[in-house]
Design a protein around this ligand. Structure first.
Ligand SMILES: Cc1cc2nc3c(=O)[nH]c(=O)nc-3n(C[C@H](O)[C@H](O)[C@H](O)COP(=O)(O)O)c2cc1C
Length: 337
């Protein structure tokens, strides 16, 4: 008898329906189109763009335009917007809807100073009435589903998420992602998943857990401990898209996949790099790619020296040489062991 696949969570956002959903978190300068394609290929169920300023979308700014590009191969994909002006948020959502995005996500979680100083991102946690008004205005202005990503509250003495979640649900959003920290905690300390069951008990739309999901075991634990409907992965996916394949396999079969071998890592790393160069041009593509090497080479012998070489290299061919020589070196050690 074949064993039934275990159902840990289920997510419905508009027409999108996913079982045991594992999502790529929105990350500035990381989750651009080239990387989202890689993550989808390796098993991420839904991918999010980096956040895009509503004002930039309206101004038709060059960088915003590039961030708004989507590709049919990456669907389902969400574009994430942020801002402080309700009219600008509405207009930008309408522009994004025209692109044919699967859903729009609103960022009320970004903690960085220049966003919060402009009363956007997590700053709205201090103005929940405005957050609710803004969300309702965006939901009412577009036909595509709208979701929200936010935090527990501004600081530990003002955790408002349980009540806020209900108010946001009443605006008509399709799902809510929670980075289980406060704004003041930024990305420090430990994410507190214990809020997820309390939020879930208060609302009926899907709740997506985010924060400190570091590997496939954490994904399963997050579903089991909190009853969340989906799990969203951020930092652990930087330079390690394999986490999606590992997590999905573990959820579906209960078995652990062996980590990617050196060939797998190098081929995916180079595919990602080629995509970036095609998307951003050689110079910008190479430079902005540098943050990924530590993820792709994580845990491999003597990778530190290789990374040092890679981050100063200025041609694609040299990078290919360095990585293939490194592969030969690792394989020769393996065969002589
Ligand atoms: C480099 C970086 C960029 C980020 N940019 C965004 C963003 O554009 N929008 C957003 O909602 N969150 C952003 N975040 C927050 C992540 O989506 C996520 O909430 C946070 O990293 C916690 O999840 P993790 O522990 O899995 O990394 C960013 C985080 C990092 C590390």
């Amino acid at each position: 008898m074949t064993e039934q696949k275990k159902k840990y969570g289920f997510l419905k956002i508009g027409r999108i329906e996913v079982e045991n959903p594992v999502l790529l978190a929105p990350m500035e300068d990381v989750t651009d189109l080239p990387y989202r394609l890689i993550c989808r290929k390796l098993g991420a169920d839904i991918v999010y763009s980096e956040f895009i300023a509503s004002e930039g979308i309206i101004r038709d700014a060059k960088r915003s335009k590039q961030k708004m590009l989507i590709d049919d191969r990456e669907r389902p994909v969400a574009l994430q917007i942020f801002g402080s002006n309700i009219d600008a948020m509405v207009k930008s959502a309408q522009i994004i809807e025209e692109i044919g995005v699967d859903f729009i996500d609103i960022n009320y979680g970004c903690w960085v100073k220049n966003v919060v100083r402009n009363n956007a991102g997590a700053a709205l946690l201090k103005e929940p009435d405005k957050m609710v008004l803004m969300t309702k205005a965006v939901v009412d202005a577009v036909k595509v589903p709208v979701t929200v990503k936010t935090r527990l509250g501004w600081d530990k003495s003002s955790i408002i998420i349980v009540e806020l979640a209900k108010r946001l649900e009443n605006t008509g959003i399709a799902a809510l992602s929670i980075h289980c920290r406060t704004r003041i905690e930024a990305i420090k300390g430990e994410a507190d998943w214990s809020w997820i069951p309390k939020i879930k008990a208060n609302i009926s739309i899907p709740v997506i857990l985010n924060g400190d999901v570091k590997n496939h075991k954490d994904v399963k634990r997050a579903f089991e401990e909190t009853g969340c409907d989906g799990v969203m992965i951020g930092r652990a996916a930087i330079g390690y898209p394999f986490i999606f394949r590992e997590a999905k396999h573990f959820l579906d079969t209960g078995e652990e996949l062996s980590p990617p071998d050196i060939s797998d890592r190098i081929e995916i790393c180079l595919e990602h790099l080629r995509n970036e160069i095609e998307f951003k041009g050689l110079h910008r593509g190479l430079i902005e790619f540098r943050k990924n090497y530590s993820g792709y080479l994580k845990g491999l012998r003597d990778s530190h020296q290789i990374r040092q070489k890679l981050v100063v290299t200025e041609t694609y061919d040299e990078i290919v040489d360095i990585l293939y020589n490194y592969k030969d070196y690792l394989l020769s050690i393996e065969s002589s062991a």
